[in-house]
Design a protein around this ligand. Sequence first.
Ligand code: PLP
Length: 444
Amino acid sequence: MPSVRPEQRHLSTEIPGPRSRALEERRRSVVARGVGSAVPVYAAAAGPGLLHDIDGNALIDLASGLGVTAVGNAAPQVVDAIREQAGRFTHTCVLTSPYSGYVEVCEELASLVPGAHAKRSVLLSTGAEAVENAVKVARAATGRTAIVALDHAYHGRTNLALGLTAKNAPFKQGFGPFAPDIHRIPTSYPYRDPEGMTGEQAARRALEALDRQVGGDNVAAVVVEPIQGEGGFIVPAPGFLSALQEWCLEHGALFIADEIQTGFCRTGAWFACEHEDVVPDLVITAKALAGGLPLSAVTGRAELMDAVQLGGFGGTYGGNPVACAAALAAIDVMRTHKLTERAQAIGTTLFTRLDALAGRHEAVGEVRGRGAMVGVEIVRPGSTLPDPELAQRLVKACQARGVLLLTAGTHGNVLRFLPSLVIPLPLLADAIDVLEECCAELMD
Ligand code: PLP
């Protein structure tokens, strides 16, 4: 290992290097097979834009731990806050004895989440756990049971969250039966919908089926990702989200936004719903909220959240004090470093360069997204047929050159750009140079 870590992409060995390969060998005999890793390079350290591995390689990180380290990995303010809190106490459990950090995070959520109404929050540990709790709120508040999710949705891996998640393999395969009374409706996917279909038309297509098959009066909630993440970075056509929300209002159902991936500045706004002027009844957050520590939340209209009886929420670790301290520091970084603006600047760089790439290669079907959440759909030239094999070869070629890029999408054919929001722009430019080289090599 070099004593001073490089500040640019740097390869000392092939990827993965010998130390990573040795650990991979050890892993095979003790770690369950079902735990996959997109790039088996073992981390030694990480910062705002680079991941340093145990072989001395420095990879440009376009994944930020699946969209978590928005404020940078090991962001100094977050690390200081964690140290300070851990030195005082690491855990009490809010159900036993509360602490100020829990209240302060809920105060931040009440002021940041869209809408001027009174809000309350509950803190949990993971995104899926928060999704489960949002469903509890919806059922308690409406007295109804049906929950509606979209095609291409991803809401996590617990049983109820898997029921809401659309894609079968590998997420759901062999794990059913899933929780009952979950219904799926078509989403708005402009690249694959009939040409010219508006958001309102896509919503009508979805809601007519819902009215017919479930009945509006039975629906407790419609759960949406304002930009679908795992499903392929799908941005719905304008008007789609607000039409779903209006339907919810008319039918007494809750409109729940899963902002786990899109929240906290990622899309160039604090929350992606803001781009469509939609104010959800409940907002689910996790990922970037606590700068890398496990913390999630459900934040919603006070009267809905308070429909859950005393003791109806809980869990040993939910709102852990160290995670709360990290969240307060991460939110402070987002605010003082204006990360919404930084996400817009990253988006401008990504769209300028990737649109140019699309102009050169027919296999780049579409570049879409918002801010620092951008997907590139790879297709067979001259068609819209997904090409997951080519997407995978591109990702592997980028990884071999020191760029950590992942795929997403129901068909696995979308390259996902999800860098930290403090990534130095020259690193981002270098990563795109590498992708351009790989496209030239594999597409021409
Ligand atoms: N919802 C969305 C939109 C997500 O992107 C994810 C994770 O990727 C989840 C829910 C699940 O969160 P977790 O993995 O923390 O359970």
